[in-house]
Design a protein around this ligand. Sequence first.
Ligand SMILES: *[C@@H]1O[C@H](CO)[C@@H](O)[C@H](O)[C@H]1NC(C)=O
Length: 344
Amino acid sequence: MALLSSLKLVGLAYTFLGTSVLAQNLGKTSLWGAGISPLIDQSLWQNLVPNPSAVQQWPAGSIPQRCADAANFETPKLNPADFEVFSVRYADCGTPWGPWSFCRHRNAPISQASMIDLFGRIPVHERQWIQHVVAIPGSNSAYMGSATIVFRGSVGTPSVFQHEIGHALDFYKNGFQASARWEWFDAIRQDTCVPDNYANTNAVEDFAQIGVVSLFANVNPGGLDPAFGWTWHCLLNQFTIYNAFQSDSMTPGGVCTRRWADSATISTRAAKTAPGEEVLPKPGNVLGMPGVFAIPFEVRTDDTVFGTLVINQTEIEAAAVRQDAWAEETNAVRRAKRAQRIKS
Ligand SMILES: *[C@@H]1O[C@H](CO)[C@@H](O)[C@H](O)[C@H]1NC(C)=O
């Protein structure tokens, strides 16, 4: 059932891509108009805590399969050789788990530091449902494809990351697509509003936008009331049902409890190289490890074209400085250990 509706969704996503989705419009009042970022992102920046990370660049020449798939999906296709691939290990998802493999096209407006920072701030019990994180150039939009999240253009804000990660949890976390359940349709029917214009697109996109509202409620001091008074109660039923399905994953804190198997590492110049010549980096999370799972089915969400986004340059620069300091610390520890080995 979940699989069937997912497949239908894929069909719709392709059919309606780039055209208006009037056929699916929920027809609700839009509580916050053009977009929720201006009302929500500043608090998310302030209240989602940056997560210590250790980063390792991959040697040129190899890329995770799913990142190459994202490159091929673009029109025109992007060259997989133009991607920077790097591994990111966060403090709350250490050994035995492997790091996440990120892929950034060298012309993507979102920096490596920004990708690492934004993904790291999202609660770990959400992050653990994501396979790869990808940033590419193009007009501002994003999608989730089979648990890989792809950010196109200048969309580096916490609310956008939450939206795309929320899609993965919608399809994969409960063993059924939560946004296709009658409880969700019923909640929409009972409510008089949805968060913003984009949430009106369809039940799937509305679910992801309510996820952004739910994360805000979890981290903004006092929750939604101090920020919005009673106005937000026009979406109370959606908020309640969303939380019934997802809130166990959306509280900051804790450590990884599961991961997806990483996609295979492939050569970006496979055609030119004799098989077996190259030593490719080995994926960290592999089937057979306890708590590591294969992605059970393929799904791709609509390209979300976000309304006004508030990009915070101060936060982006601070993230880069913070990550440099963490790298320095790691190097200092390494140097001290090496000095110790030489002495003894
Ligand atoms: C960016 O973030 C900083 C620190 O959280 C804050 O002081 C500043 O007001 C923010 N700027 C914008 C444009 O949101």
